[in-house]
Design a protein around this ligand. Structure first.
Ligand code: OAD
Length: 238
């Protein structure tokens, strides 16, 4: 299984969260933009920030890391791809089965209790000012991302825990391994004796515990992993 973080999209031009100088949380306060409380107190500000991020994602393309992961899905008999990324770039690169642990930036949901509306978000430029009304109930929509203090979608959590309990190799790619429960998946794999490979140009709290560390950008390392799988395996006699 593969757990991805924002470093996987960095080479597409999508900013990470915690990298010095370029990380979103270096420039913006997550408590004012990425919490249910922030949305309740200033829905227009929060909406506009997410529209800016939507616009950014519309303007970029998947990079070799995303394409390599899509290829890995085709090459291996079984692969569970868990992503913390909300940008939809895995799907655009051709990954058919993506577990979106932190939701999806390009989808709208209705926050009203009992409504349940979920649909594709509109064009960022057309909806720049504030949350558009829910087509079902009229309440202002929100992006389908997981905010601080919110639960991970139950089906994503179930699939992630099931996959980690049943995998034979765990890749942690482009994540700072600081945000739980996602960061706990690698710990769970290590505790079960599953080999853990980290791909990240910078050290993280996972680095000392990982079985293998590939200290390189995902856009270089993942295509190399795929290439190595394509090489014919030279079996020993017998
Ligand atoms: P972070 O910004 O915390 O970490 C990004 C990681 O990517 C760092 O460890 C970088 O070293 C690494 N990195 C940068 N460029 C890379 C590259 N080209 N190839 C590989 N790695 C690279 O982002 P996440 O770990 O994704 O949650 O953050 C986890 C969660 O925190 C996010 O999903 C988001 C954020 O708050 C929510 O919004 C709920």
């Amino acid at each position: 299984m593969v757990l991805c973080g924002s470093g996987v999209s960095a080479e597409s031009g999508v900013p990470t969260f915690r990298d010095a100088m370029t990380g979103l949380w270096e420039r913006y306060d997550p408590m004012q933009l990425a919490t249910p409380e922030a949305f309740a107190s200033d829905p227009a500000l929060v909406w506009q920030w997410y529209q800016w991020r939507r616009q950014l994602v519309h303007e970029v393309a998947p990079n070799p890391a995303h394409y390599a992961l899509a290829e890995l899905e085709r090459l291996l008999p079984r692969l569970t791809l868990i992503t913390q990324n909300v940008d939809g770039l895995h799907q655009r690169a051709g990954s058919a089965d993506v577990v979106e642990f932190h939701g999806n930036l390009l989808t709208d949901i209705c926050p009203a209790a009992g409504c349940g509306y979920r649909g594709a978000g509109g064009e960022p430029a057309d909806e720049a000012s504030g949350p558009p009304p829910c087509p079902q109930c009229g309440v202002g929509l929100r992006p389908a991302v997981v905010w601080f203090g919110e639960a991970i979608p139950g089906d994503a959590l179930d699939r992630a825990f099931a996959a980690v309990a049943d995998c034979d190799l765990f890749f942690s790619v482009g994540t700072s391994s600081l945000v739980y429960p996602a960061a706990g998946l690698a710990e769970q794999a290590l505790a079960a004796g599953v080999p853990v490979v980290e791909i990240n140009p910078n050290p993280t709290p996972l680095t000392p515990a990982a079985d293998h560390v590939i200290s390189a950008p995902a856009g270089t390392a993942l295509p190399a992993v795929v290439e190595s799988l394509r090489q014919p395996v030279h079996q020993q006699d017998g």
